[in-house]
Design a protein around this ligand. Structure first.
Ligand code: PLP
Length: 371
């Protein structure tokens, strides 16, 4: 069971629980005193710890170690990609991209998605065929619905039409196979805390021909001049250890399906259920019940889920992801359930029971709906 004192934590897409492998690696690295830029023995020890982590991550995600640039997390990796690869190019982004991309690419052309959340590749081709060279940003898996985009096809299209492709794989890495060189993209963002590592570390993976980039943060020229600032060695060590502990296997699909069946039996609709999805994520709309009210009701019953992206909670606006999928009113009535790596049957049973109690209270009564 996940963290008894916090009840049942089903909000992994906001942040995953720390994996024990990551904790152990961090504790060991915290005892390394040096700055990786220092040339003395202590500095060299810190650099060794960091380079070991870089090599492990590179092997894990199919990239050369020298093409891994450490950042503070996924948001910075996305911002660096748009800044560096977008130089002199027009920006084109998917309609369901995370705010990390949307905010970095104001005024970008938007590629629409179908009702199931999948990108319209014909629309992308039309946008690319008409205008100067572009940088396209497309997420591999969506944070709210888990929808897995056809990124390899998009990459092939981009190559044919002279565009670069940045892939936001922040939610995908560690939850499905991610092989950067196999995807054929120009760059790819990953984040430590979304795969069971600590917050404070992320990385941008670069294609070999793009490995020299204009930095967003200059500072002392760390990361071969691609990202200034003293790197957080312990967080980076934890990041790599967590990535190595991930399984990609989709072993959470059974639990996710259990949760969905329970919700559907209580009147929920599964959003984007007919598209390929991450095994740990489901987006459930309860017609007539506001998403924030659902989240609070479940929280009072010791279940942690979210309404839309966690990063945008507190905003009253309905999710732009669900609005782009054409959900209309339902866009404000959907919650995200995202199972962490250590989810159990007991967590899902507790969710099912709490969802039933909540739906009984929040669903508009049948009589008034008929009236
Ligand atoms: N991209 C996606 C798809 C995300 O879901 C998130 C965070 O939720 C980010 C980027 C930002 O990552 P980070 O929290 O590491 O800054």
């Amino acid at each position: 069971m996940t963290m008894l004192s916090l009840g049942h934590y089903l909000d992994a897409n906001a942040t995953e629980p720390l994996r024990p492998e990551a904790r152990a690696a961090m504790l060991a690295a915290l005892d390394v005193t040096g700055n990786p830029s220092s040339i003395h023995a202590a500095g060299r020890a810190a650099r060794r710890a960091m380079e070991d982590a870089r090599e492990a991550l590179a092997a894990r995600f199919g990239v050369r170690a020298g093409d891994v640039v450490f950042t503070s997390g996924g948001t910075e990796a996305d911002a660096l990609a748009v800044h560096a690869l977008g130089q002199g190019r027009r920006l084109v982004i998917g309609a369901t991209e995370h705010d990390a991309i949307r905010a970095a690419a104001p005024g970008a052309a938007i590629v629409p998605v179908f009702a199931n959340g999948l990108i319209d590749l014909n629309a992308l081709a039309a946008i690319l065929a008409d205008g100067p060279p572009a940088l396209v940003c497309l997420m591999l898996a969506n944070n709210e619905t888990g929808t897995i985009q056809p990124v390899a096809e998009a990459a092939a299209l981009c190559r044919t039409l002279g565009a670069l492709l940045h892939v936001d794989a922040v939610q995908a890495a560690g939850r499905m196979p991610v092989n950067f060189s196999g995807l054929g993209a120009s760059s790819l963002a990953i984040s430590s805390h979304k795969l069971g590592g600590p917050t404070g570390a992320g990385a941008l993976l670069l294609a070999p021909d793009l490995s020299t980039i204009v930095p967003l943060i200059r500072g002392g020229g760390q990361e071969r001049g691609r990202r200034g600032g003293t790197p957080p060695v312990a967080a980076i060590a934890g990041f790599a250890a967590a990535a190595l502990a991930t399984a990609d296997a989709g072993n959470l699909a059974g639990l996710r399906d259990m949760a969905e069946r329970a919700a559907v039996a209580n009147g929920a609709l599964v959003i984007g259920g007919d598209a390929p999805r991450l095994a740990n994520t489901t987006c459930l709309a309860l017609p007539g019940a506001r998403a924030d009210t659902q989240v609070i009701a479940l929280d009072l019953d010791c279940i942690a889920v979210s309404a839309g992206a966690a990063c945008s909670s507190g905003k009253v606006a309905a999710s732009h992801v669900l609005a782009a999928m054409g959900l209309g009113e339902l866009a404000g009535q959907a919650i995200r359930v995202s199972l962490p790596w250590n989810a159990t049957v007991a967590d899902v049973d507790a969710f099912a029971a709490a969802y039933g109690r909540m739906a009984d209270r929040l669903r508009p009564p049948l009589v008034s709906r008929a009236a």
